[in-house]
Design a binder for this molecule. Sequence first.
Ligand code: ADP
Ligand code: MG
Length: 697
Amino acid sequence: MSRADISTYFACDVFNDEVMRTRLPKQIYKALTNTKKMGVPLDPAYADVVANAIKDWAIERGATHYTHWFQPMTGSTAEKHDSFIQPTDNGMVIMYFSGKALVKGEPDASSFPSGGIRQTCSARGYTIWDPTSPIFVKEGTLYIPTAFVSYTGETLDKKTPLLLSMDVLSDQAIRVLKLFGNTTVTKVTSTVGPEQEYFLIDKKMYDQREDLIMTGRTLFGAAPPKGQELDDQYYANLKPRIAAYMAELDETLWKLGIYANTKHNEVAPAQHELAPIFNNSNISTDQNSLTMEVMKKIALKHDLVCLLHEKPFAGVNGSGKHNNWSLSTDTGQNLLDPGSTPSENMQFLTFLCAVLKGVDEYASLLRISAASAGNDHRLGAHEAPPAIISIYMGEELQGVLDALETGGTYKSESEEFSIGVHALPDFPKDSTDRNRTSPFAFTGNRFEFRMVGSSDNIACPNHLLNTIVAGELCEIADALEGVLTKDFDTKLKELLRNIIKNHKRIIFNGNGYSKEWVEEAKRRGLPIYKTTVDAVPHYADEKNVALLEKFGIFSRSQIESRIDILLERYSKTVNIESLTMIDMAKKKFIPAALKYCKELCDGIAVKSGFGIDASIERSLAEKITNLNSEAYKLVQELEKNTADAAACENMLEMATAYRDNVVSTMEKLRKCVDSIEVMMPSEQWPVPAYSDMIFNV
Ligand code: ADP
Ligand code: MG
């Protein structure tokens, strides 16, 4: 069998549809399929049969254990493995897996962040099977995707709000579709295709860098003579070692039922991208978490390390996760596809306007969904979208929206279109160079949210996006339900016209990286939250709370707890970075500079004895000594500022202190040490240089 025929082994490690069909009684198979596709709860009476079939299959695939796999607020996934063994009377075991164990788990929740929601005394948390996401076997364990909630039913994870948001979005989208006479659709699903960027570096280099090990990014490092200025890395031919890594990664992902599809070198040296074919947002989210884990593990097998940090190296592009998002009906229609018939056009424009209004009104939520200490280094830097939310519509669509707003006609190259009566022209999928600078770009039949960080769990951006759009669709349905058929067209156009008028400030089709845009955005009154600390408190803005409460996604107290979790995470991240810098400066860089200076001084002494000119040594020794004293002073300043920040009692004060006093001192210390690095002999520099790391694989 050729490995080239992926269809022969795709999803072989997944309890997939074919396995389900052959191993379950017909009636139960049907019920489970209904649960998977439509979210209808599974009859508890079936759970034992399903569990047993899953166990038998899993054992055949080499599993001895099972785990309830969940996504707590730590940012990574969590798993605790239990074996299938059950003791028998004669001191032996049988392999057993009950329906109860499949459906519900009770991990100790006390060590997962809850932002104060779950008091430590009531440590109990539940993991509940999410049958809409596939079960799979990996490394001898059966993985059951689950939602994680507290004893009192409060959300403790990232999956639960996503599942809730998908339901509310479906309900509201169906209401709007009905307005257009579409009554056959029973389910609307948000779809996501996350493009994952990453860096690969040699493991030997990585092992020598405490900063990479502790924080995932380099905290020191002078710029190499060559960066990405030649653009010779983007789409470049794959080096054999990288190609071998990507091939093994693809195969592993395919076995896990992940549609790994596109792979290429990215703009920065040592940077690459992997994009899967889109799936429903819940499955995409689970699979993206799994993908990130597999990416790291496979790298180690190739003596490489996969860096998922948003900004592992200063001065070259950071990594993001372009979150391609759309809406799809169970009848197979993409609701953000402009379509080719007039009725579809107005429906499309209605959904488009819902997104337009939502992104404007809830820009802060979207900004928060991409906020982290790591992403702060990326947003606004090299090639990354700026920290301002705006929408790119593209020329054609902008023309259509303008015509709709003014009641005029839209002229494409060859024809004139009166909006809503004639078919819209086909919109060409925009080319990358036209819109790369937009954080939220319409790309032909979907939106691409580019602000999301490479290490982020995409549950958060997607549940917020889903809820925001659900909120707008709900308002549209409220306004138009009950309107007489003869008035519908007029009323709809009036509604859309108002949306465009009131929210077009969020549209920006120009260069998002320009200074002028920042000024323009200020004039338009768009929120500019440069850092995580600026953005996160806005989670609790009245309109945000109202929206999330209205659809039962979060209560006010849950939002407040999430603010605390995000700010605490920010503070902890910066704290670790600062301590790592202090450690490296004290134990590596300052002593290395002292040693070299001593050598120089010894040389000066010897030369002077012979009356030989030692001006080079003298000049170097002086410069390095000055910089080294500066570094020494900055280390002390950093120690003090870090201790002061850590002593703050209030989360927001603490995070603010880290940002204002710690991050800024870290930057100064880095600059100082980097200036020493460029004056030292490379063999005396205690860690691998940038050029060793990013040009070496
Ligand atoms: P580009 O680099 O031009 O943005 P890629 O092919 O790298 O394009 O990535 C596009 C991503 O968008 C893929 O993951 C693709 O599956 C996804 N995508 C395409 N259509 C949709 C859709 N309707 N909903 C969600 N994602 C989509
Ligand atoms: Mg893209």
